[in-house]
Design a protein around this ligand. Structure first.
Ligand code: ARG
Length: 461
C-alpha cells in the first residue's frame, strides 16, 4: 500500500493497528461530497487570486468533479491506508490529473478543511430537519382540525385535572416543534461561518481571499480569528442542544401515545402498519415505534454530553480529539431524522383516536370540580370559600358513589343557596372546555385562532 502523505518526515511506517486506530475514513467518508465542494471553492479561489493559474484551477475543479461521479457510481471506496476523506480525495485527484493535484492543498490545512466540510454537512442537515419538522406540524395540524370537538382528559401529576379539546393537546406539540424549527434556524446562523483559509491555525503566507471562498460556498462570512476558526465546535454543540430538545418533544409525545394505547387508557388504537406482535403472547399489539423514539432519545443526549466533555479541556487550536466530533454528529442527525419520520407516519396513519371513548372519559370523573368553584365565584362567593365548599362536595359525592352531575338540585342548594338549575349546564364537559376562552386556553374559540395562526406560520415558510 502507499505510504502516508506525511511519511517523508518519518523513519518507519505506521503500525497497522495504529493506522486503523488513527483513521477516520470509516466514518468521515460521509463528508465526501462536502469535501469535494469545499475543495472546488478553494481551487477556484486559488485561481481567482492568481496563486494558481486559471488553467490549473479548472483542472483541479474538473478532477474533483470526476471523483464525485466515481463516488456516486459506487466506484470510489478508499481504504484505511487513506487515513481520512481529505487525504483520500487528494490522492485520487493526483492520480486523475497528475502533479497539478498536489497543488490543491496550497494555502490550506486539513484543519480548516475539515471544519468547512462539517459546516457544509450540517447546513444541509439542518435544512432537511427543519422541513421534517414542518411535515410533522402539518400532520399534527390536520389531526387537530379534525378533533376540535373531541374531548380528552387533561392531567397534572398524571391525575385527571380538567378536560381539554384534543386539538388543544395536539397543538401543544405544534408549538414545541415551532420553537425547534426556530431554534435550528438560529443555530444555522452560527454554522454558516467559513473557517476556510484559517490554515492550520495562524492563517497563511499566500494572498488568499477568504471572503471570496466564503461567498462561493454561501457562507455568511469568514471567521474573524484563524485560531478560533479551526478550534470552534460551538456550532456542533448548539446543534446537538437543538437536536436534544427535538428528541425531548418527540419522546414526550411517544410516552403519551404509549400510555394512550394501553388497555387502562384506551384512548387510541394502534394500526397494524405501525405496531408489532409478540413472539409468545398472541393477543399483543405493541407500540414499538414510540418506544424506540423514547429509547433513541438517550443517544442524542449522550452525544451532546460527549461533545461538551470533548471540548472542555482542549487547548487551542486543533487537537486530534476533534476527530471524535463526527460520529456524535452523524449519529445524532440520523437519529433525529429517523425519529421525526417515524413519529410523523405514526401520527398520520399509525393510530386512531377512540373519540367515543374519549368523550365519555371526560364525563366520568371530577375534572369539572374547578368549574363548580368558578360558578360560585362568578356569583360573588370568594373563590377560596367556594373551593373549600366544593372540596367537601367531592368528598361526600365520592363516598356516595356519585359524580357531580348526579347531585339533585335540592342537594346542590342545600350546599349553597347560590346554586341554580344552570349548574348542570355549567359542569357539562363540553361547556367546561368551551368556557376556558382565555388567551391560549382550551376554549373552542381560542383553538380556532391558534389553528389559524399555526397554519399561517406554515404557509409563510
Ligand atoms: N481526520 C481529521 C479530523 O477529522 C482531519 C483533520 C486532521 N488534522 C490534523 N492536524 N491531524 O479531525
Amino acid at each position: 500500500s502507499q505510504p502516508q502523505t506525511w511519511s517523508q518526515r518519518f523513519e518507519s511506517a505506521l503500525h497497522p493497528a495504529i493506522a486503523r486506530f488513527n483513521a477516520s475514513i470509516g466514518f468521515d467518508i460521509e463528508l465526501i461530497e462536502y469535501d469535494l465542494t469545499g475543495s472546488q471553492a478553494h481551487a477556484n479561489m486559488l485561481a481567482h487570486t492568481g496563486i494558481l493559474s486559471v488553467e490549473e484551477g479548472e483542472k483541479l475543479i474538473e478532477g474533483l468533479e470526476q471523483i464525485r461521479q466515481e463516488y456516486r457510481r459506487g466506484e470510489f471506496n478508499p481504504g484505511v491506508e487513506a487515513e481520512d476523506v481529505h487525504f483520500a480525495v487528494e490522492r485520487r485527484l493526483t492520480e486523475l490529473v497528475g502533479d497539478i493535484g498536489k497543488k490543491l492543498h496550497t494555502a490550506r490545512s486539513r484543519n480548516d478543511q475539515v471544519g468547512t466540510d462539517t459546516r457544509l454537512y450540517l447546513r444541509d442537515q439542518i435544512t432537511h430537519i427543519r422541513q421534517q419538522l414542518r411535515d410533522f406540524q402539518t400532520v399534527m395540524l390536520t389531526l387537530a382540525e379534525q378533533n376540535i370537538e373531541t374531548l380528552i382528559p387533561g392531567y397534572t401529576h398524571l391525575q385527571r385535572a380538567q378536560p381539554l379539546s384534543l386539538a388543544h393537546h395536539l397543538l401543544a406539540y405544534v408549538e414545541m416543534t415551532q420553537r425547534d424549527w426556530e431554534r435550528l434556524g438560529d443555530v444555522y446562523k452560527r454554522v454558516n461561518i467559513s473557517p476556510l483559509g484559517c490554515g492550520a491555525l495562524a492563517g497563511t503566507t499566500f494572498p488568499i481571499d477568504r471572503h471570496y471562498s466564503a461567498q462561493l460556498l454561501n457562507f455568511d462570512k469568514p471567521y474573524a480569528n484563524s485560531l478560533d476558526g479551526v478550534s470552534d465546535r460551538d456550532f456542533a454543540i448548539e446543534f446537538l442542544c437543538a437536536a436534544s430538545l427535538i428528541m425531548v418533544h418527540l419522546s414526550r409525545l411517544a410516552e403519551e401515545v404509549i400510555l394512550w394505547a394501553s388497555e387502562e387508557f384506551s384512548f387510541v388504537t394502534l394500526k397494524d402498519s405501525c405496531s408489532t406482535g409478540s413472539s409468545i403472547m398472541p393477543q399483543k399489539k405493541n407500540p414499538d415505534v414510540p418506544e424506540l423514539v423514547r429509547g433513541k432519545t438517550g443517544r442524542v443526549f449522550g452525544h451532546l454530553q460527549a461533545l461538551l466533555v470533548l471540548m472542555k479541556g482542549l487547548p487551542l487550536a486543533y487537537n486530534k480529539d476533534l476527530q471524535e466530533d463526527k460520529e456524535a454528529l452523524f449519529d445524532s442527525v440520523k437519529t433525529v431524522r429517523a425519529c421525526l419520520e417515524a413519529m410523523t407516519i405514526l401520527m398520520q396513519e399509525g393510530l386512531e383516536f377512540r373519540t367515543t371513548r374519549l368523550n365519555e372519559a371526560v364525563a366520568e370523573d371530577f375534572s369539572n370540580a374547578t368549574d363548580v368553584a368558578d360558578y360560585l365565584a362568578a356569583k360573588g362567593v370568594p373563590f377560596r370559600e367556594a373551593y373549600n365548599l366544593v372540596g367537601k362536595v367531592v368528598k361526600t359525592s365520592l363516598s356516595a358513589g356519585k359524580l357531580l352531575k348526579d347531585l339533585t338540585l335540592d342537594e346542590w342548594q342545600a350546599l349553597h343557596p347560590a346554586f341554580a338549575a344552570d349548574i348542570y349546564e355549567a359542569i357539562a364537559p363540553r361547556q367546561v372546555v368551551s368556557a376556558r376562552n382565555s388567551y391560549g386556553g382550551t376554549g373552542f374559540e381560542q383553538i380556532k385562532q391558534a389553528l389559524a395562526a399555526a397554519k399561517q406560520r406554515l404557509n409563510e415558510s
